[in-house]
Design a binder for this molecule. Structure first.
Ligand SMILES: C[S@@+](CC[C@H](N)C(=O)[O-])C[C@H]1O[C@@H](n2cnc3c(N)ncnc32)[C@H](O)[C@@H]1O
Length: 224
């Protein structure tokens, strides 16, 4: 898939980080946005929609900024339990021309903000137990409006070497303190089909590892 935003757009996002004088955040941002296929994939899923987006586990808000650079204009709310990342995202908004973006601190295991639109969950399910994953998926599905989607990027648990590399990467992120949480449990395809199917969503699952060595998949659950 071709990236829908230009290199100039990616540099504009990265520069917002550098304005906080955190050089590593700028480097992380540009490398992540250039190499990770998930931002283009989510943009493609949301193309043409006017529904708002709730981004659970938004980190420093890269998806929201990427969507704005791609021309996506509906409201986007980000939600993450790491106050430093939310502070960074808020700082980036205040130094930008983007509108309709908001970021708030909160723990997805304890409840979600109200929303009726699309819901995005990128790379956080592994920090939850299987019961917490089920509860989060149920709560997220309840926030998907007719015509909306729950879009998830996750590593799927299986026997592959990709799976083992992903687990090692998550532990490295924890040991370097980039992630507050350690990986707890990786979901499998059956979890999405049972929980989201029961919530009335139509589920599809496809590989999304791009040039990375990780066992990442895109799960899209649509409400007709
Ligand atoms: C791998 S990062 C992904 C960041 C972002 N979704 C992206 O793709 O750029 C995982 C994020 O989930 C957040 N997170 C993990 N557990 C969470 C929870 N229980 N509630 C809210 N956020 C959580 C972490 O703070 C981190 O920012």
């Amino acid at each position: 898939m071709n990236a829908p935003v230009s290199s100039k757009s990616l540099r504009r996002i990265a520069k917002l980080c550098s304005l906080r004088s955190k050089r590593w955040e700028r480097c992380y941002t540009i490398v992540k946005l250039r190499s990770d296929p998930v931002y283009a994939a989510v943009t493609q899923e949301l193309a043409g929609s006017t529904l708002p987006v709730l981004d659970i586990g938004c980190g420093i808000g890269l998806l929201a900024f990427y969507l704005r650079e791609a021309g996506f204009t509906p409201a986007i709310a980000g939600f993450d339990y790491d106050p430093q990342k939310i502070a960074c995202a808020q700082s980036m908004i205040s130094r930008s021309d983007y509108s309709g973006l908001s970021f708030m601190t909160g723990d997805a295991r304890k409840g979600l903000p109200e929303c009726s639109g699309h819901v995005v969950i990128l790379d956080i399910l592994q920090f939850l137990t299987r019961d917490e994953q089920s509860a989060l998926l149920t709560a997220a599905a309840a926030r998907v409006a007719p015509g909306g989607s729950l879009i998830i990027r996750t590593c799927l648990q299986d026997e592959s070497s990709r799976f083992r590399i992903t687990v090692a990467g998550d532990w490295l992120a924890r040991l370097t303190f980039w992630m507050k949480g350690s990986p707890v449990s990786y979901p499998d395809r059956a979890l999405f089909e049972s929980v989201l199917g029961a919530a009335g969503l139509r589920v599809r699952v496809q590989p999304l590892w791009g040039v990375t060595p990780f066992n990442n998949h895109l799960v899209v659950a649509e409400r007709e």
